[in-house]
Write a protein that binds this ligand. Structure first.
Ligand code: ZN
Length: 399
């Protein structure tokens, strides 16, 4: 079985033979597999080894985001042609180095989902122990593993790439999308005129698109099966941005619990599957390898922000739910709001929409597994309602 290895701690530009950090149909393939074969693919962390196991936040503050995401690939799947479906089984996922990170990007770097409330850079280093992670920067919590690839996708065709660049350009002009940027592009070691041609057109890797890409779905855990549209001969599968755990929304943008990792993949093809099943974007069967939590505390938000009532804006509703959760955690634990923000992006919290039809307010919720905290975080009333849940060790006011 093929095993593609990385050098942890070294940027992709120093090991360019393993991958690329842009999307383009002409990136030379790394290797090929046959349907039915398996391989192990190792991947660098999504910030290209820029974040170090230190207590300084300067590496996050000064990060060069144009180096994201170092991807391993592309893998040529023999027999794959445009119109097929590429089936990828995530047979196993694990960390390579037992250290991960989460953080908050500074406003100058674009920030994250809550940039107006949290404009300053911050960082949490996580120690990964088997199926759990703890952080000296977020004490009093322990989160369970739901390892998954944040980014996995097939290569776009020339037509699809042109379409991405066309439709994203107006947003790029407003700095709401990242357009092609040649300076830090790595294209599997290409140089000279061929590099210049591809780098000028190649799409950035931040947004998810029709080929998959940076989907950031925490439930793509071990045992998941993903069905990808095939847009080029050989499909060209690439992967990166492996996570130990992630909250729904990956709200800080500086990640989940980001790690160097390896995934054991299986491959199959469904000839002509795109037309047969009407697939124009990936579909998947989530893995069953979830961490089990039996109690959750949920926070709700509605589509009202800064005293403005938006019309059914579910993104605003989710932001309000997250802000409510962060405020609460900072009241009932020793964590600061910034620490609580980093916890929400890293822990396996669940985001849900309630109604998106109850005009004018959409509703959303974010649910936190109470078991990740060392202490009981539920509200405590005079009759101590926590006792109702049979939590051991909770003092009651009645004998
Ligand atoms: Zn990530």
């Amino acid at each position: 079985m093929q095993h593609i290895k990385i050098k942890p701690g070294a940027p992709l530009s120093e090991q360019a033979e393993i991958g690329h950090n842009r999307w383009h149909p002409d990136i030379p393939e790394l290797t090929s597999v046959k349907p039915g074969e398996e391989m192990i693919l190792e991947c660098l962390d999504f910030l290209d080894a820029q974040i170090k196991d230190t207590d300084s936040v300067n590496d996050v503050r000064d990060v060069d985001l144009t180096r994201a995401h170092p991807l391993t690939g592309p893998i040529h799947v023999e027999g794959a042609e445009p119109g097929d479906i590429l089936v990828v089984d995530l047979l196993d996922i694990r960390y390579i180095t037992p250290v991960g990170f989460s953080g908050i990007f500074a406003k100058e770097n674009g920030g994250g989902f809550l940039v107006d409330t949290f404009p300053d850079a911050d960082k949490a280093i996580w120690n990964l122990h088997g199926m759990h992670a703890t952080s000296r920067h977020i004490p009093g919590v322990r989160i369970g593993a739901m390892m998954h690839p944040g980014l996995i996708g097939t290569l776009p065709s020339h037509d699809l790439l042109r379409e991405w660049n066309r439709r994203e350009a107006p947003l790029g002009a407003k700095k709401q999308a990242n357009m092609p940027y040649a300076e830090t592009a790595v294209l599997r070691g290409l140089k000279g005129a061929e590099f210049d041609r591809i780098a000028a057109e190649a799409a950035r890797t931040v947004p998810p698109r029709e080929h998959g890409g940076n989907l950031d779905i925490k439930n793509l855990t071990i045992g998941s099966r993903i069905y990808f549209p095939v847009y080029v001969k050989g499909a060209g599968l690439s992967m990166g941005d492996l996570h130990f755990s992630q909250g729904d929304g990956e709200i800080s943008f500086c990640g989940a619990v980001e790690m160097d990792g390896a995934a054991h993949l299986g491959f199959d093809l469904i000839k002509g599957g795109m037309a047969k099943y009407g697939i124009t974007a990936p579909i998947y069967v989530p893995g069953k390898h979830d961490v089990r939590y039996d109690e959750w505390l949920s926070f709700t938000g509605i589509s009202v922000e800064n005293r403005v009532n938006t019309y059914l804006d579910a993104t605003v509703a989710y932001r309000q739910a997250c802000l409510a959760a962060i405020d609460y955690i900072s009241r009932v634990t020793d964590l600061s709001p910034a620490q609580a923000y980093m916890l929400l992006t890293a822990a396996p919290v669940e985001g849900r929409y309630g109604g998106v039809v109850d005009l004018p307010n959409a509703s959303a919720s974010v649910s936190i597994p109470t078991g990740i905290f060392d202490t009981n975080i539920l509200p405590q009333g005079a009759l101590n309602e926590a006792a109702h849940y049979g939590r051991p060790g909770v003092k009651t006011t009645r004998g």
